[in-house]
Structures are given as structure tokens and as C-alpha cells.
Design a protein around this ligand. Structure first.
Ligand SMILES: [Zn+2]
Length: 341
């Protein structure tokens, strides 16, 4: 929000106080009114809903009850961009990040994870970046190893991840890529709860061409735009999580085939064709709270935990048992390549 400079001082102060109260979450539920878009509502929530942990809806159209935060520091990870307050996830997701960090350090020669965005405290759509990451089952991990010192909060805002690609190319730069990168990615894909991993096509190709170990999880590595500075782990709906919509599993096979070769043609990178009738396209309508599953309104209205410190952290927390599993058909926009011709 921008407060106009020409307002008299007293008014400016009052306006500023209102903004601070709103962003502090004090007036969160009451501000969740009809004219706010879903991303404004969920973007303003600074603390999780005090409810049992539960992912609601689909990765790109849903929200999160009972989110827990990945601690900013662990023995084998450091969370980045702390100011974004996107370290929240379903307990299974947070536990998976912790486990990967530990396994990779112990077995893969990867000293620790630099962790990017998980989800907002109550999940939901975000004001910037990411179509998915809405239900607490997605996490971004940098392709840059953790340094052997604790980064300051300022460094965690300013340090950039390193692209794995040769400049202006779709191919991996062998001066940056290491066997430990390959081991980290294949380790992440190997966990049964991991549904898929989004990674740049050039990195997928590198793995297809060079990986000599077990390839049974290779098919979970899905080539997609971006994702050469970081990779994106998506886990399955936890067993018994009613109202969590699963994604259609990736196709069988290792994916080192025509579907990968397509990414090295011009088609996926060509600019979108202008519409034939030359009419400007109407701007897509912003997602409203009413477009999300009804249970997300309960998540918005639920009281917040009194402080982030009250959120039960990490793997010590077990999700509340729920009744029935639901695998519903795929809905909504999703990060998947256009179909192969
Ligand atoms: Zn992501």
C-alpha cells in the first residue's frame, strides 16, 4: 500500500497506523472482506490458523490449516529471504525438508540446504511469485550449497542463488554442476512421499545423460521453465487428508524421451502468438476467497496463534488424524509443459 505524500501529517500517521495494524494481523479476519482478493487476504496473514494441520484444495488453488514453520536455522539447513515469511508448511513438508537436508549432508556430499519459499502462514495465493505453494506441500530448495557459516539476516535477503546453466543456453554449465547436485536431486526424488520435482529441462537432460544409479525415481523430475537456480519439491497429499486434491501422477518411465527433447525445440520458448482477431484480451479476474474451497474461509476466520513461537516446529509435530482420503480430479492451472505434438 502507498500512502500519498500530500496527506496532512496527522492523516498520514493515522493511515500508517492502520496499515501496520492490518499487516500485523490484528485486524486480519475482519479485513477479509468481499472486496479483497484472495492473495490480499492470505498475504496479510502473519500467523497460522490455530487449527489441526490440513492441506485444503489443490497446490495452485487452496490454503493451509495449522501450518508449522521450518526453523530459520537447523544443523543442515538455513532458510533464506526470512522477510517474506514463507517458511510455513504442512508438518509433512517441513519434516521432508529437514530429512533431505540431513540425508544429503550425511550421504551425498551436500553440506546443507539453502531453503527458499514454502508457503504463507495460512497458505493461499501470494501477492508475488508462485502459482502453487498454496497448500503447504511445496518447497523450493536452492541449487547452491549451504556455506559453512551462519548467514546473517541481511545476507539471506541479498545473496543470489547460482544458475546451473551456461549463459544464454539451455544446457548445464559443467564448471558449476557437480556430482553432488545430481545426488541431491536424485535423493529428493527417491522419497515415496515426493510427488514430483520441477527442474529446468537442461538439468533433467544432464541427469538423464549422466546418472548411473537407480533410475526408478527419474520420472518424478519434471522439466519446466525456470528452476535452474532452485528446484521445487512437491509432496503428495498426506494419507487421509480429506479435501486435499492430488495431482495426476507423472507418466511412467524416466522421462528421458521425446517429452524432454521437446524442450530443446523452439516451440516452448517461442513468444505467445497474438490473438487472431487482434482484440486485447480481458485481464483474467483475480482469484477471490469464494473461488477457493469453502474450508479456506474457515482458515481465514480461525484465530491466529499468539506468536510464531507457539507454532509447533518441524518434525516433532504430527498432523491430526482425519477421516477419509480423497483423490479428486485435477483442477486449476498447474506447472506442466504444453502437450507434446
Ligand atoms: Zn516453487
Amino acid at each position: 500500500m502507498i500512502i500519498p505524500r500530500r496527506l496532512p501529517d496527522a492523516l498520514r500517521r493515522a493511515a500508517l497506523a492502520a496499515v501496520i495494524a492490518a499487516t500485523a494481523g490484528a485486524a486480519f479476519a475482519s479485513r477479509a472482506d468481499a472486496e479483497q482478493t484472495a492473495k490480499q487476504i492470505f498475504g496479510a496473514a502473519s500467523l497460522p490458523a490455530a487449527l489441526p494441520a490440513r492441506p485444503i484444495g489443490f497446490y495452485s488453488k487452496g490454503c493451509l490449516a495449522g501450518g508449522v514453520a521450518l526453523p530459520a536455522d537447523g544443523p543442515t539447513w538455513q532458510a533464506m529471504r526470512l522477510s517474506r515469511n514463507r517458511r510455513w508448511g504442512h508438518p509433512d513438508m517441513v519434516a521432508l525438508v529437514e530429512r533431505l537436508s540431513k540425508d544429503a549432508a550425511a550421504m551425498d556430499g551436500w553440506p546443507g540446504l539453502l531453503v527458499g519459499d514454502l508457503a504463507q502462514p495460512r497458505g493461499g495465493p501470494m501477492l508475488s511469485g508462485h502459482a502453487s505453494h498454496q497448500v503447504g506441500l511445496d518447497a523450493d530448495i536452492w541449487l547452491t550449497p549451504m556455506p559453512n557459516r551462519t548467514l546473517s539476516a541481511a545476507e539471506r535477503e541479498s545473496i543470489s542463488a547460482i544458475s546451473m546453466l551456461k549463459q544464454d543456453s539451455l544446457y548445464v554449465d559443467d564448471r558449476k554442476w557437480t556430482p553432488a547436485h545430481a545426488r541431491l536431486l536424485m535423493r529428493a526424488a527417491s522419497y515415496p512421499e515426493v510427488e514430483r520435482i520441477f527442474i529446468h529441462p537442461g538439468i533433467k537432460k544432464k541427469l538423464c545423460d549422466t546418472w548411473k544409479g537407480d533410475r526408478s525415481a527419474m520420472g518424478k523430475l519434471r522439466p519446466y521453465y525456470g528452476h535452474h537456480y532452485h528446484f521445487h519439491i512437491r509432496i503428495k497429499c498426506p494419507p487421509g487428508a480429506s479435501g486435499c486434491k492430488s495431482q495426476t501422477p507423472p507418466p511412467a518411465g524416466d522421462g528421458c524421451d521425446a517429452s524432454l527433447a521437446w524442450w530443446f525445440t523452439d516451440e516452448p520458448w517461442a513468444p505467445a502468438k497474438p490473438p487472431k482477431d487482434d482484440k486485447p484480451k480481458p485481464k483474467p479476474r483475480e482469484m477471490q476467497l469464494s473461488d477457493l474451497p469453502a474450508a479456506c474461509t474457515d482458515v481465514v476466520r480461525a484465530p491466529a496463534l499468539a506468536s510464531a513461537a507457539q507454532a509447533p516446529f518441524g518434525s516433532a509435530m504430527k498432523p491430526a488424524p482425519v477421516a477419509a482420503a480423497a483423490t479428486l480430479p485435477l483442477q486449476g492451472p498447474m506447472p506442466e509443459p504444453r502437450p507434446v505434438r
